[in-house]
Design a binder for this molecule. Sequence first.
Ligand code: G6P
Ligand code: MN
Length: 470
Amino acid sequence: MRLTILGGGGFRVPLVYGALLRDRAEGRVTHLTLYDLDPARLAAIARVLRDQAARARAEGVLDAPEVTVTTDLDEALRGADFVFSAIRVGGLEGRAADERIALAEGVLGQETVGAGGIAYGLRTIPVAVDIARRVARLAPDAWVINFTNPAGLVTEAMARHLGERVIGICDSPVGLARRVARTLGVADPASARIDYVGLNHLGWLRGLYVDDRDVLPGLFADDTTLTSFEEGRLFGADWLRSLGSVPNEYLHYYYFNREAVTAYQQAKQTRGAFLRDQQARFYEALATGADQATGADQERPGAAWDAWDRTRAEREAAYMAENREAAGAGERAEDDLESGGYEYVALALMRAVARDESTTLILNVRNARPGGGRVLDVLDETAVVEVPCLVDATGAHPLAVSQLTGHEAGLVAAVKAVERCVLAAGESGSRREAVKAFALHPLVDSVQVARRLLEGYRGAHPGLGYLRKD
Ligand code: G6P
Ligand code: MN
């Protein structure tokens, strides 16, 4: 079986390869193709993978997946059974610019939420659509697993060309469900039915069923329980009681927007700038040799990556503590840092499809029930939503969920309308649609701000050159 990773020079690729090396089951990946625009990053990661394979061989793994690297997209796609799309158009420099330009206007520039998400979406859509068209032509039977953010929006753009063959993933909903299940003392979280509904980074956990009984109400019993896990501390017991559900952590940017914007403005570095500097240092060290701080060592790139990954967790914790304090979110407990794990969700999905091992995962798919009808009544059937799905060899099929009502339905409909403007701009090149996207977003407070945002972003990103005046 052949797997291709677009964005193959990314620092998370060794995590995926590590998981592939541990996979001993029938029908596992035998060939891995890494595609990236940047040959230096590609070479650095390929060396890490070679070292990982050598170490696995020493431990008795005789059939490590063969790795090929290429900067030719068509070559990467031809013959692929699965394509992981994990690209970052404009790089982390672009992400930092998304944040900076939004903050200068006093609005949020997060990579997936608000103005920043729109800017990132606008430059990613044309690239994602081009990839989708090529997959349809060169690997029509391949399944595309999209990690590229903003994941829901990008998946919807690709689904216009690939239909059900593209599935979007995010590890935050399963992370949330796992934390809540642990807090409630659910013995076997994997067997609980999760009623999680919304769009990517805009969903709510509304029920957790163990043996057909909803145990979620138990969470609201007392403040100690309610604030003993990440989302509880982030939103506060009182606000969670008001909602009666547990929002995805990204909803903090909506419910506490003013505090989030202020915290970002006061932070020494924005998230994108922080990650840009960290990663630049890592690739530099891998390319040039030993580096005390990261533990990089040219002779043993696999060990160097491990060391970097270990210290990454420490740097993360320090960054989080500093910036969350400013946002009034308090410190994050150690066990809350563990997310669902991208490689875990992606490989679980790939396995279920490849081996027809039916499983339930929360995924980004079209809003259509297998037997007809919609999952969420508030959106049309082509809208990509994030909901629990039953996955098998025939793909990901949304399960029934409780309907969103009131404020949640309104917010989801409003943000989907914004996404549609981004998609229209991305496909037609219309600047009017792009301004509309910014202006209609609930976190952008004026049409004038929207116009200035687009001009600011056009000035900063060559990737937005396709937007023409209309
Ligand atoms: C979470 C989100 C992802 C995001 C990841 C890394 O898992 O669900 O969408 O890509 O965090 O975020 P970072 O800010 O570290 O790039
Ligand atoms: Mn995500």
